[in-house]
Design a protein around this ligand. Sequence first.
Ligand code: NAD
Ligand code: DAU
Length: 339
Amino acid sequence: MKILVTGGAGFIGSNFIYHMLDTYPEYEILCLDALTYAGNMETLAEVAKSPKFKFYKGDIADREFVYDLFEKEKPNVVVNFAAESHVDRSIDNPGIFLQTNILGTGVLLDACRKYGIDRYHQVSTDEVYGDLPLDRPDLFFTEETPIHTSSPYSASKAASDLLVQSYYRTFKVPVTISRCSNNYGPYHFPEKLIPLMIANALNDKELPVYGKGENVRDWLYVLDHCKAIDLIIHKGKVGEVYNIGGHNERTNLEVVKTVLKELGKPESLIRYVTDRPGHDMRYAIDPTKISKELGWEPTTAFDDGIKLTIKWYLDNKKWWENIISGEYQSYYEKMYGER
Ligand code: NAD
Ligand code: DAU
């Protein structure tokens, strides 16, 4: 099996590459990544030594580059993680989200159609379903929940899902889609809630909580997500969508307080800041389909996963300190300076 992993120098893609090479030492893994601000070769340093791994720097929306790569390597599976992934950045500058997430997905699908493929897997998100009200804890996203997006990010992800489904129906490209809830774990870029709060707390900086901190996210340890995608590409039914989530709902404030407690830092570091425009209230996944059809179950409860994650950030300070010392400083100032 030769798997092309796009976006493999980012958070989830890199964890997926590590998981696949550990689990299937005979597989060949190719990584295609544009190395945007979110991509990081240091993340792939360990795996870069493997004879079963090859890295290509390139843009999924660059048709000529992608076609050349398919012509040369003829992958039989594509797993598309490559995306602009941060909601706040999509509010600041939507254009690149349309370019990468929609047009880039279109180029990959065209390449699959042209060169042939056993499976194209699209890594999507629960954000395509919009949000759920806080006062209805009985409601969950199923695969039948209508698409109803809030941010330019989620709209671009929904558009790419629809494109993927259209290539299945019209051109019979063998596709699957997974829609996962919020991930956390090693190599998570520190613009996102959990790593940002860990880094700030360790530096005794204020922890910026949007609004009242009552929004709810359904947290999944990244390895559980990777294992679910592994199952879907091997056993999932072509044309199907699978929701992935582990019933680990927490308010943002609960998450932030847990981080502070684990690090022995005071709650006085919390600063309530202006809310995100269009902020989704609650995400919660019903994972019944993937559990019944493919036997997937999450293995890491939030209380354990957050400890593992904090330990990873303590043990790998150089990785995130390199990130936050660079252009991240101006990003942080722009997003939080006068908030
Ligand atoms: P990330 O931002 O950490 O990584 C994205 C990677 O894609 C980076 O390595 C970046 O360099 C690369 N990339 C960006 N534009 C590219 C382009 N045009 N061509 C090639 N490579 C490009 O993102 P992540 O959190 O690892 O998310 C990966 C995927 O999973 C995304 O599609 C995201 O929508 C989806 N997802 C994320 C979460 C989450 O909680 N992080 C949850 C559900 C789904
Ligand atoms: O649900 C899956 C999605 O989860 C993925 O599709 C996205 O790629 C991923 O970024 C994530 O989106 P969120 O917007 O939920 O994640 P984020 O870490 O940006 O924010 C989580 C919550 O924390 C959200 O309610 C906003 C809040 N927040 C975030 C930051 C960065 C804060 O209160 N303060 C912050 O500084």
